[in-house]
Design a binder for this molecule. Structure first.
Ligand code: TYD
Ligand code: MG
Length: 453
């Protein structure tokens, strides 16, 4: 094989060097050189100035093409993709190591029985893959072909001979092109490998999934460096000690990035969670203080979750503030508001806040629930267990409006809650009527009054 000529390019200023250097002679940045293949531009046959048959076309004349999508038979997955897999698309699945990316990919391959799927594994041996497939109770899947190889040029040779219906590459960080000197997992290798796969996807109309580990700074680059090249970026996330996993689209050329898919990791693989609120509330403990139900919007779906708080007196040293599933700085802000506007004294208390079920919530609409839980725990008075709290808290202690109020109210009503406390200004846009009592509040004190009494 002819040796590929390479060059090193500074990622900060574009300076080109024939060999790797630690510090850029041009912009003085450290560690910014990345190996790239040199591809001399082929000289155009036409002399300059001669018109070609490239012509602009009016936008109105462009016909819309409805791409038929391939269903993955995983509803949650199809929804996140925007209605199924688009042929010829390159999809990146990122996530922390051990979160379940390989499991998700294998299950997907197992479910698409009518398609020939090539599963390229650079991390595990074919026996390990077999073990996993047995756990997933489908070891006799004739449609899956395994390829344990990391040399992408060899992999492409195999694929060119016999093109499958779907290709899965697990993971992009283990793949390399022999022409480049740098190690697999380096920025240069990842970009080259991705570019090659992208070409394969587009020229053969082959859908490809590439798995990428999110890394905490290190010699292996994270999937971020190839996000701009792929069509769709999916992220698989969850807390290591909980079984729930959330699939999110961070970028999608073929659909919205609003949708999320919820899965639960079980002994025999991932299960779709269709009724998220019921699942997240199933372990709720009634009658104890410090627990409030909030209506959050994840993607376009409302989800009811329990927020818990525990306030205890500080035994020694500085009071602790601890948060799981919620932004720590936001908690500090809410505590400050409670002290200043409600007159609560929390200077001698440890405060722990937890979003039950191990999911993360970063929308401010859960503020009210958190403030109410903290108050309830401090006073040791249980929160009305038939009520749901929704509202953002401002620095003045005022309750600010939240988006998509109707969906939240409906979800609370659907699950049999009797009362929902919402921002006063949201009240006029709620249409739901019937069983559930809807109360608008303007100040955090009112919400506390309604819920903790
Ligand atoms: P894996 O898919 O290997 O993660 P990744 O590819 O993202 O690194 O799965 C990791 C974890 O999932 C592992 O700790 C075991 C667990 N697991 C189950 O709980 N149930 C199962 O059926 C399978 C296959 C894995
Ligand atoms: Mg894996």
């Amino acid at each position: 094989m002819a040796k590929v000529l390479t060059k090193y390019v500074c990622q900060s200023c574009g300076y080109v060097s024939p060999r790797w250097v630690g510090k850029c002679p041009n912009c003085s940045a450290w560690n910014t050189f990345v190996e790239e293949a040199q591809r001399p531009l082929k000289a155009s046959r036409k002399p300059a100035g001669v018109s070609s048959n490239v012509e602009p076309i009016s936008l109105a004349d462009v016909e819309r093409e409805d791409v038929p999508r391939i269903k993955t038979n995983f509803n949650e997955f199809d929804r996140v993709l925007g209605g199924g897999l688009v042929p010829g698309s390159l999809v990146l699945l990122g996530g922390d190591p051990g979160i379940g990316k390989s499991t998700l990919m294998m299950q997907l391959a197992l479910q698409m029985r009518d398609l020939i799927v090539v599963y390229v594994t650079g991390e595990e041996s074919v026996r390990q893959i077999k073990l996993r497939a047995e756990r997933l109770d489908a070891s006799k899947a004739p449609n899956i072909l395994l390829l344990a190889e990391t040399n992408l040029d060899l992999i492409l040779d195999v694929l060119e001979r016999d093109i499958p219906d779907l290709l899965i590459v697990d993971s992009i960080q283990t793949m390399y092109r022999p022409g480049l000197e740098s190690a697999p997992g380096s920025v240069g290798q990842m970009r080259e490998s991705t570019a090659l796969l992208l070409r394969l996807a587009k020229t053969r109309n082959l859908p490809i999934f590439v798995v990428g580990h999110v890394t905490k700074e290190g010699i292996i680059a994270g999937p971020k460096v190839i996000e701009h090249m792929v069509d769709t970026v999916l992220q698989f996330e969850g807390e290591a000690h909980y079984s729930y996993r959330i699939l999110r689209a961070l970028k999608n050329r073929f659909g919205s990035t609003n949708e999320i898919g919820i899965f639960e990791m079980q002994e025999d693989g991932l299960r779709e969670v269709k009724n998220a609120s019921e699942v997240f509330l199933s372990q709720r403990h009634y009658g104890s203080s410090g627990s409030t139900v909030v209506a959050s919007i994840e993607g376009t779906r409302p989800i009811l979750v329990e927020v818990q708080a525990l306030v205890t007196s500080t035994n020694y040293g500085l009071p602790q503030r601890n948060c799981t599933g919620f932004d720590y700085r936001r908690l500090a802000l809410l505590l400050a508001v409670l002290e200043k506007r409600v007159g609560m004294n929390l200077g001698q208390n440890d405060v722990f806040v937890n979003i039950a079920g191990g999911i993360k919530i970063d929308e401010p609409a859960v503020d009210m629930g958190i403030a109410v839980s903290i108050t309830s725990s401090l006073r040791d008075i249980p929160v009305d267990s038939n009520a749901v709290a929704v509202g953002e808290i401002g620095l003045g202690g005022e309750i600010r409006t939240v988006g998509q109020i109707e969906k939240r109210v409906q979800e609370a009503a659907k699950l049999g809650f009797k009362k929902i406390i919402i921002p006063q200004n949201n009240l006029k846009s709620v249409k739901t009527q019937g069983e559930i009592e809807i109360i608008g509040v303007e100040k955090i004190e009112q919400a506390i009054e309604e819920l903790v009494g």
